[in-house]
Design a protein around this ligand. Structure first.
Ligand SMILES: [Zn+2]
Length: 104
């Protein structure tokens, strides 16, 4: 029986690179939603970036299309989770372009 202080597992995402592994999308004690994958844990954030990973993005996208939310995430959490991912990619893409331009 899980106590209240333990993180809640919201979903389990199988690893694509290693089928024997899977990661958990969890809600921590402080209410933040996070993933247990190494990409989430070890990612280096540049200025203006927020922590996210492909599992979280997929999880939020799934919540968006699911008629019946499978777990306790609010619509605003889903929206902000997806926005976070989108912003992150926009930032990365822009940096890559700038990098390319600088090399020319
Ligand atoms: Zn992840």
């Amino acid at each position: 029986m899980a106590t209240k202080s333990e993180p809640t597992v919201l979903a389990v995402a199988p690893s694509k690179t290693d089928p024997s592994k899977s990661y958990e999308i969890r809600r921590g004690k402080d209410g933040t939603i996070y993933c247990t994958c190494p990409a989430w844990r070890y990612q280096r954030l540049k200025k203006g970036e927020k922590r996210t990973c492909k599992h979280l993005a997929a999880f939020f996208a799934q919540q968006l299309t699911s008629p019946e939310p499978t777990c306790a995430v609010t619509k605003s959490e889903v929206a902000s989770g997806l926005r976070r991912h989108k912003e992150r990619w926009a930032l990365r893409t822009r940096r890559n372009q700038e990098h390319k331009e600088a090399q020319q």
